[in-house]
Design a protein around this ligand. Structure first.
Ligand code: SF4
Length: 944
């Protein structure tokens, strides 16, 4: 109950996106009074400032509302922000658990400097000045000596748009590395080949049929914003199909649950396409207008009539093999369901929304073809960019520009984009240790930021090896809000703020709209509102926890103190010439100049754009964003343009749009400006057999499995909706909910192996094994086992330098021989003394089992994605096995790396290019760098 009688605002809709009945009215946000739950049964009133921020506990960037105690400036709780266009006042369990992260008694409050050997676990407190001077000197030297590929920033969860890439480009280095090839690079290739945008943005709320590959709500992106819209659609009668080998929570709510053999998903999708084509269920006008069928025919049937009807006939013939019966045989599903789903898709027409992330795309060799086949269905019924259909991320994400844009770097790092992987959608992040150990380079300075490769990546012991080696990585700073398995090998551990302790700007493609969300340090905002002076965010944070943006501004100034390197000018105030920009000025300029509609909206309320964002936390830039491909070309763009026979509009030798019925549209961001069913890029880059959406047999295809020898597929890609990759061991509420990850196994298989519920099983991979309990369930198909990630956190030491004790077990790292290691649990999770009385109430002991370290690297030769699914051998645990044992033989790691390398088809491609010019890069360098030496003439490839 509220202590005040809450008065609803006169027009709640005008004030908030969702006028939740129970939410405090906006006019009371600065002075909200309610009873203190902790004082019950006494009625003690507490007065709060309600200050919005943005959740950082997954990629969705939902709105949070911090309740800041007016007297003590403590954050007492987090609820949803009803003004946020995507989350609309709602959150998943991980949002409110931000409070646990802030209050965690084991959190890192001061910068720490290593004092023993790397990996010894011995650190001491140091000053931020020492940190900044050490890194600035090392980075400046690398830049001045033209070693611009030796500075690397390796990011796990970015959680922001544009700030950090701008930092790196202002330094002129090619040093952005990401986690994307353990996450999503495969699906991104499938989408890019179609449309030039690398992610889908399904309009679930308005869909008439929803098709999701994988347990989307748990394993996909945008958990809460998608979940609430899917449930709205379902309530309105929308049917749902989930294709996932595992009976997920989402699958239990679906109208169809298909559990195909892993890696065969393309065949189901192509069989649906086969039905749509053969029964004339496709959207003729959409295909005729927007698909590059002329280019298809010129390549595939140059001597035949070049008509749309012939194209359709050719497609029918090409996919004639993909019958529902063939799919049923290959995938192990019911053929009738394929017919039913094809008809449902036809009925939905342009209101057909789809999504895929991780799982099938991330699990399999050729997973990118699964995403491509899924988008094929969307294209066939014309549901691209339509209401209720599947938009492009580029239509629904908005990233405003800051006040100056550094030039692209003029250097190319082959540690990030090596010649062997010219089409890799993101950096070849998982291979960094292998490249360093092969002598391909070294790093002078390496930042890991919210990134824990020792634990997260495959082949974690190879990461441990290079992180210990000071000749390969000379200086390592771990920027992290919490201790983790990688930070303990760093030279400096740099504590960074949680979501209520930092500034960021984020936008995500959660639905058919464009929005921005402002993450802000809520206590700083409160103090500033009260007229108190706060120069840096760390002054209002616990201990000396910095916010990253201010760290990067300070570091950039120290790298270039006199401005001679051309770095400093990008970090000077746009309001005070020659002076250092403050973080508020940085965002103030963006809000005043780069966000359409925001200044006007703020003026209506008689506040500045910055004050608007501080008050509401989010802004809806555009609602109902559909059909971006039909955006008219501007008059300027059309000047000096020419239109080719196929209606493609060119300017300066490059395609810029297409003409339809005498109107000029921007089209899609592909070389043909159309949706490319036929990819000339794949042909030009030596993959001619993959010119169309198709099926690639996975590395875990059942023909590779000898069941008599106990060989199975392990699906390790599903995640639990209540945990946060490697950042939830500091969240007590979440660990109380989820603290074990047994291996899912079908009863038939359990019987064959001779194990029952909760027995121990040894799961042997190519380079090692782990020992876990089994969970016998019919929720997984026979022949396949599954184990969730997030769990099995470990720490080596009994001090505070390992992973948080709410969620990690003590282990002993034993070297059993040259390159062979075993991690054996020496102590379960247990209660401990701390400033938080709840640490003495810990009742769970398990914490789960780590698996990723036993996986070798398996990069897809096209997308570069780690093919996560594993061919494993299952046996009952051996007599000397202990629960949670993890064993790795790193002598086998390099062999596996080299095996997978033989699958690649290296650059250079056409015109001596390293990579197609039209393929994005996270931090795109200058065009000249795309060419392998010697640089050719400037003219770009016709295929690009
Ligand atoms: S889905 Fe949950 S964890 Fe993700 S941003 Fe929203 S509230 Fe935070």
């Amino acid at each position: 109950m509220n202590a005040n009688s809450p008065k609803q605002p006169a027009d709640p809709k005008a004030m908030s996106v969702t006028p939740l009945e129970s939410f405090p009215p906006i006019d009371q946000w600065d002075n909200w009074v309610e009873y203190d739950a902790a004082a019950w049964p006494k009625r003690v009133k507490k007065t709060y400032s309600l200050i919005p921020t943005t959740c950082f506990n997954c990629e969705a960037a939902c709105g949070l509302m911090a309740y800041v105690d007016k007297e003590t400036n403590e954050i007492r709780k987090f609820e949803g922000n009803p003004h946020h266009p995507a989350s609309r006042g709602r959150n998943c369990a991980k949002g409110p658990a931000t409070l646990n992260q802030i209050e965690d008694p084991g959190r890192i409050l001061y910068p720490m400097k290593r004092v023993g050997e790397r990996g010894s676990g011995d650190f001491e407190r140091c000053s931020w000045d020492e940190v900044l001077d050490t890194f600035a000197e090392k980075i400046r030297k690398a830049i001045v000596e033209d070693r611009k590929t030796e500075v690397m920033y390796h990011v796990g969860r970015p959680g922001e748009d544009g700030f950090l890439p701008r930092v790196l480009q202002s330094w002129g280095i090619d040093g952005h590395n990401s986690h994307t090839n353990v996450c999503s690079s495969s699906a991104r290739v499938g989408y890019t080949l179609w449309c030039g945008a690398d992610r889908p943005s399904p309009d679930h709320a308005n869909a008439k049929f929803i098709l999701m590959l994988s347990a989307h709500l748990e394993t996909g992106h945008y958990f809460n914003p998608h979940a609430q819209r899917i449930m709205e659609a379902k309530t309105d009668g929308t049917k749902i199909c989930v294709i996932d080998v595992r009976l997920s929570n989402t699958a239990t709510k679906a109208d169809w649950w298909l559990a195909p053999y892993p890696g065969t998903e393309s065949v189901i999708l192509l069989a649906i396409a086969n039905v749509i084509l053969n029964e004339n269920l496709y959207n003729r006008e959409f295909l005729r207008t927007w698909v590059n069928w002329r280019e298809y025919l010129q390549a595939k049937a140059p001597d035949e009539e070049q008509t749309f009807d012939y194209f359709i006939n050719h497609l029918r013939e090409h996919y004639a093999w993909a019958t529902p019966e063939r799919a049923a045989e290959e995938c192990g599903i019911d053929p009738a369901s394929i017919h039913e789903i094809a008809h449902e898709i036809h009925k939905a027409g342009t209101a057909f929304s789809t999504h895929i992330w991780r799982n099938a795309a991330a699990g399999n060799l050729g997973g990118w073809q699964i995403a491509r086949a899924l988008e094929f269905l969307v294209v066939l019924v014309g549901a691209v960019g339509s209401e209720g259909g599947t938009n492009l991320n580029s239509t629904n994400k908005f990233v405003p520009a800051p006040f100056s844009k550094p030039a692209p770097q003029n250097v190319w790092s082959e540690l990030l984009y090596p010649l062997e992987y010219p089409l890799a959608y993101h950096e070849m992040s998982i291979l960094l240790p292998h490249f360093l150990l092969e002598g391909r380079g070294k790093l002078a300075t390496y930042f890991t930021r919210v990134y824990n490769p020792v634990w997260t990546n495959p082949d974690g012991m190879m990461w441990e090896r290079v992180l210990r080696d000071e000749s390969l990585i000379e200086l390592h700073g771990a920027m992290t809000p919490t201790w983790n398995e990688t930070a303990q090998y760093a030279d400096f551990v740099l504590p960074m703020g949680h979501s209520a302790e930092r500034h960021d700007l984020v936008s995500q493609e959660t639905h058919a709209a464009k929005w921005i969300s402002y993450r802000q340090p809520v206590v700083r905002t409160k103090l500033t509102r009260e007229g108190k002076s706060v120069e840096f965010t760390y002054e209002s944070n616990p201990g000396e926890v910095w916010e990253e943006d201010e760290f990067w501004i300070e570091l950039s100034w120290r790298i270039d103190p006199d401005g001679s390197l051309g770095i400093r000018k990008h970090w000077e105030s746009p309001y005070r010439a020659g002076e250092k920009v403050t973080i508020e000025e940085y965002f103030r300029w963006i809000f005043e100049n780069s966000v359409p509609g925001l200044p006007e909206k703020a003026a209506e309320l008689n506040i500045t754009p910055l004050e608007y964002m501080q008050k509401f936390g989010a802004f809806l830039v555009e609602d109902k964003s559909y059909r971006a491909h039909e955006k008219p070309l501007s008059v300027d763009a059309l000047q000096s343009s020419t239109t080719a026979d196929d209606d493609t509009i060119h300017s300066d030798g490059k395609p810029i749009g297409i003409q339809v019925d005498e109107k000029s549209f921007e089209g899609f961001h592909t070389p043909s400006r159309r949706l490319e069913i036929y990819s000339k890029t794949m042909v030009d880059w030596d993959w001619p057999e993959q010119d169309l959406p198709g099926y690639i047999e996975s590395h875990v295809h059942q023909k590779h499995m000898d069941r008599e020898r106990g060989e199975y597929v392990l699906v390790p890609t599903f995640r639990l909706p209540t945990l946060i990759h490697t950042r939830s061991a500091n969240a007590k509420w979440l660990y109380e909910l989820s603290n074990s990850n047994p291996v899912w196994i079908h009863p038939e298989d359990a019987q064959k192996i001779g194990v029952g519920m909760a027995d121990l099983i040894r799961v042997t991979t190519r380079i090692g094994y782990f020992v876990n309990k089994v969970w016998v369930t019919e929720g997984i198909r026979p022949g396949v086992v599954a184990c969730s990630h997030h769990l099995g956190r470990w720490r080596l030491f009994n001090n505070n330098t390992g992973t948080d004790r709410w969620g990690s077990a003590r282990v002993e790292r034993e070297e059993l021989g040259e390159g062979r290691y075993r991690f054996r649990r020496t102590e379960d999770i247990k209660p401990f003394e701390s400033a938080d009385a709840d640490t003495k109430r810990i009742w769970w002991t398990d914490g789960g089992v780590h698996q990723n370290m036993t996986f070798c690297v398996q990069p897809d030769p096209v997308s570069g994605m780690q093919c996560w699914h594993q061919q494993v051998t299952l046996t009952a645990a051996h007599p000397d096995d202990h629960y949670a044992d993890v064993y790795v033989d790193t002598n086998k790691s390099m062999d596996a790396y080299r095996d997978w390398l033989t699958k690649t088809r290296p650059a250079p491609g056409p015109d001596n290019l390293r990579r197609p010019l039209w393929f994005a890069r996270a931090l795109k360098p200058a065009t000249e760098t795309y060419y392998v030496n010697p640089p050719p003439s400037a003219s770009p490839s016709t295929s690009d």
